[in-house]
Design a protein. Structure first.
Length: 129
């Protein structure tokens, strides 16, 4: 997956999160020890941002590890999940049938059929007989 700078994802964030959780530290604790902002640590762990070298050194000191601890082992595979943008989608919900408005129609029974036929017949003038 390519980043904004045109570089492929390095997996730094995944290693940072793994090391932080192994040490039992929060993002705020690591940020305070590395003199970085909490949002920077969060972005690094999500893979939205890659660190500058001075920040890598500060993070290594804050976690008490060597800088090489952030490198992926050749046996590890890099599976970076793309970040979703925007609001989460709502699950589709079946909507009930819309209510009918107005007066209900009468069913066509024999009386209404006779009335319709009477309207269709040509009228005879009673005077002409």
């Amino acid at each position: 997956m390519m980043r904004e700078g045109g570089y492929a994802a390095t997996g730094f964030g995944a290693r940072l999160r793994t090391l932080r959780v192994e040490k039992g530290l929060t993002q705020a604790a690591v940020a305070g020890a590395a003199a970085a902002h909490v949002n920077t640590i969060a972005k690094l762990e999500r893979g939205l941002q890659e660190p500058a070298w001075p920040l890598v050194l500060a993070l290594a000191d804050a976690l008490g590890v060597c800088v090489s601890a952030f490198r992926l082992d050749p046996a590890e595979t890099l599976e970076v999940e793309p970040a979703r943008r925007g609001r989460p989608r709502k699950e589709p919900v079946e909507e009930p049938a819309p209510k009918k408005r107005g007066r209900p129609r009468k069913e066509a029974g024999p009386q209404t059929q006779d009335a319709h036929e009477a309207l269709r017949r040509p009228r005879r003038d009673k005077r002409r007989g």
